[in-house]
Design a protein around this ligand. Structure first.
Ligand code: PEP
Ligand code: MG
Length: 755
């Protein structure tokens, strides 16, 4: 073990770390122990440790010393709330000699629980903002003084190093907390934000190339001595074309949804005679080839960047990428980066063309600097399963090439030069992680008393289908079709969609599949579709409203799916966010027209069962009427909660109001389930409540027998469902449904979880 002498006490804590590692104590005990030691050292009579919530930046109580522990995990302060929240404005810390006299100390939650008179609050973490707070209270040995701050800050620093160390080696994954790690003598650690989940151990490969814009500017200003030779350019152009078509084919194999999006603009520009002719003219006037490429690209970039439309401005990045591809294909160009198998690539930014090379080389992980990951790049890295994070500090670029490092992208942590014991723990854990999760039982999932629970998976990408088959899920309960629209700059054509769906359905080996039509808008913003940002996009032109406003979009999608599904009987179709029967009928009538057309065109009978997502209070209210016209219901609880409670599902600032256990939500869910049962149609749940161990029994208790969850949660459904009986679930659901307040349902959930 690395007993770094700068972190005093680490040697002493070794026993605790080992206990944590071996599982003899848990994270909470470890954190409480460290807090107690820190409090003793600072002669505090009581203490609290707060860590910041990654989502909303609130300070959440993590551990206490000699105070009421039941508030841990629940007590939270926003910036400016109470002394703890106010301390966010004071990097050096805050001392309050007599809390009774201090206005900020009158936060009722805090004061009633800790009536000690003197208080001191110091930050955990410094340069990049605090990652938590150490709060100390005194009664007996005299009030805290400003002079105590220096020692407290030092102790907080050491506490933080130990906490981080513990977080890394324990099985605790600190999703809720951002923890900053101090640079150590031989080890440096960087915090960041996850782009794509996963972890890897490897050596760093620092991609220190200038940004694309800098390279082009450089070429433009200082021409290489290369000849003004159009033949050179023509050769580069021809090579770039071949390369592009290879990259595209590769991408089609790796991420079919993105294949069209990535190099569309590149291909267009390469076909664009004006672009090439302009470069040739510049060469003809005596300019070096590289300079002519840089010069022409700069003109186009300027043109695109001055557009009012974001989607056109984004095209400027494509031109940069394409110009670099041309430059790369000039003789003697040494700019191409070497991406190597298993290495952790650290780069300021990544260009789309580099993504394919990264995938081809099986790079182990990616660390980007902030601003270096566009939404598209993030999505691609995720789809490729390459762990990636955005580092908060650009200092990562200063690291030496070849250093050993551990990237835990899921928790936003890069450990450079990790100690041997940390590496060993990682490897042991990686073994566990990489060993595939247990497949579901071959005969299906059953409750203890023998009720069959149909366990389906939600899918966004084609690449997710394979694991679903391997895990023996009963089918796909929700295929979100947005990705093909989101990763592009313009509409996919009917043919492109048909090809994508054919690929998708082909890969499902005929397990049941429910496809949802385009659910664009709100959090799934598609810029070429939405010409203006709406003030309230969640209440605006989204989902089925949008596609009914532009029926061609719906027609293309449905026709493409009908064509792709010809000869299959495993496909169902559903419409999202249906708010009225009128809307549902309008969508069904478009479907019916498409069905007749395709039947006519192919001379084959075709058609799907047609269902709807129940995501709105309006749909719950009218559920019995809908159940007479829909073949099935799928409850999208993510939106259902949002609209029932008028709470923005993606606004971290109001997350505490996003309460799935609100009695109104639970009772409305029950009404929907009953309406489906009375009409004899299937009703499943495909929102995130469906994989919550506290709600799975509730759903079973209200008669729902089909849950569709993310692949990673299939085993949770199995574990929970197979541990309960239906009468137990019914009793639990009834108790929840009888409660009138969120507090009561919260208590019932808590009691259930502690059973
Ligand atoms: C839902 O709203 O619960 C749902 C499954 O749809 P999405 O999350 O894609 O909006
Ligand atoms: Mg939804």
């Amino acid at each position: 073990m690395n007993t770094d002498s700068r972190t005093a006490g680490r040697g002493v804590e070794r026993g605790w770390v080992i206990s944590l590692l071996s599982g003899a104590i848990d994270w909470a005990a470890f954190a409480s122990h460290l807090l107690a030691r820190t409090a003793e050292r600072l002669r505090a009579d009581a203490a609290e440790l707060f860590l910041r919530d990654l989502q909303d930046g609130d300070l959440v109580l993590e551990a206490v010393h000699k105070l009421d522990a039941s508030r841990a995990g629940f007590l939270r302060f926003k910036r400016g709330e109470g002394v703890t929240g106010s301390a966010l404005e004071h990097p050096g810390g805050l001392v309050i000699a007599d809390r009774k006299k201090h206005p900020a100390a009158r936060h009722p939650e805090n004061f009633s629980a800790t009536p000690l008179p003197s208080m001191m609050v110091v930050w955990l973490g410094e340069n990049e903002g605090t990652t938590g707070m150490l709060v100390l209270y005194r009664e007996g040995v005299g009030s805290f003084k400003d002079a105590d701050l220096a020692e407290a800050n030092l102790a907080a620093k050491q506490l933080e190093v130990m906490l981080d160390f513990g977080a890394v080696v324990s099985s605790f994954t600190p999703h809720q907390a951002v923890r900053h790690i101090e640079n150590q003598r031989d080890a440096r650690n960087f915090r960041g934000k996850m782009v794509a989940p996963g972890q890897c151990l490897g050596t760093l490969s620092i991609h220190r190339h200038e940004s694309a814009a800098d390279i082009l500017e450089h070429e433009r200003m200082a021409s290489r001595a290369d000849a003004a030779d159009t033949a050179l350019f023509d050769r580069a152009l021809a090579r770039a074309r071949v390369e592009l078509s290879h990259d595209r084919a590769e991408l089609r194999r790796l991420i079919p949804e993105a294949a069209v999006m990535l190099f569309d603009a590149h291909e267009m520009m390469l076909q664009d005679d004006q672009f090439a002719a302009k470069i040739r003219r510049a060469i003809g006037s005596g300019m070096g080839v590289a300079q002519a490429i840089g010069e022409t690209a700069a003109e186009y970039i300027h043109l695109f960047e001055s557009s009012q439309h974001e989607s056109v401005r984004e095209k400027a990045r494509d031109i940069e990428d394409l110009a670099l591809r041309l430059l790369d294909n000039l003789p003697d160009d040494a700019r191409s980066a070497d991406f190597e198998r298993g290495r952790i690539l650290v780069a300021r930014e990544l260009r789309p063309s580099e993504i394919v090379r990264i995938a081809r080389a099986s790079v182990g992980g990616v660390v980007l600097c902030s601003g270096g990951a566009t939404a598209h790049i993030a999505l691609l890295l995720k789809s490729l399963g390459i762990p990636a994070m955005i580092a908060r500090s650009a200092d990562v670029m200063q690291l030496a090439d070849g250093l050993p490092a551990l990237l835990n992208a899921t928790d936003g942590l890069l450990l450079v030069n990790p100690a041997d014991d940390v590496k060993n723990v990682f490897l042991q854990r990686a073994d566990k992680i990489s060993s595939p999760p247990e497949p579901l039982p071959a005969g299906g999932v059953f409750t203890r008393d023998g009720a069959r629970v149909t366990t389906l998976a939600n899918v966004n990408l084609l690449s997710e289908v394979r694991p679903i088959l391997d895990l023996r899920a009963d089918g796909i309960g929700l295929y979100r079709t947005e990705i093909a629209y989101l990763v592009r700059d313009n509409f996919p054509s009917e043919n492109e969609l048909a090809e994508l769906y054919k690929n998708f359905l082909g890969s499902t080996r005929s397990i049941p599949v429910t496809v949802r039509t385009l659910d664009a808008g709100s959090d799934k913003f598609i810029d070429y579709l939405h010409s203006t940002r709406e003030d309230n996009p969640a209440l605006g032109l989204r989902s089925i409203r949008l596609t009914l406003r532009h029926p061609e979009i719906l027609r293309h999608q449905i026709r493409a799916l009908l064509r792709a599904a010809a000869g299959r009987d495993n496909v169902k179709l559903m419409f999202p966010m249906v708010s009225s029967l009128d809307e549902f009928r309008a969508a069904k009538s478009i479907y019916e027209k498409c069905r007749l057309e395709i039947e006519d065109e192919t001379s084959l009978p075709c058609g799907f069962k047609i269902g709807m997502m129940v995501e709105l209070p309006a749909a719950a209210e009218l559920a019995p009427a809908f159940a007479r016209e829909a073949d099935f219901f799928s409850i999208g609880t993510n939106d259902f909660i949002q609209y029932m409670l008028a709470i923005d599902r993606s606004n971290a600032g109001v997350m505490e109001y996003y309460t799935p256990h609100a009695p109104s939500v639970l009772r409305a869910l029950k009404r929907v389930a009953s309406a489906a049962r009375d009409a004899g149609i299937d009703c499943s749940v495909c929102g995130e409540m469906g994989h919550d161990p506290l709600f799975i029994p509730f759903f079973l208790g209200i008669g729902i027998r089909t849950l569709s969850v993310e692949v990673a949660s299939l085993s949770t459904v199995h574990r929970v469902a197979s541990s309960v009986t239906i009468p137990e679930c019914e009793a639990y659901a009834n108790a929840l449904l009888a409660a009138n307040t969120i507090n009561e349902t919260q208590t019932l959930l808590r009691d259930f979880s502690s059973q």
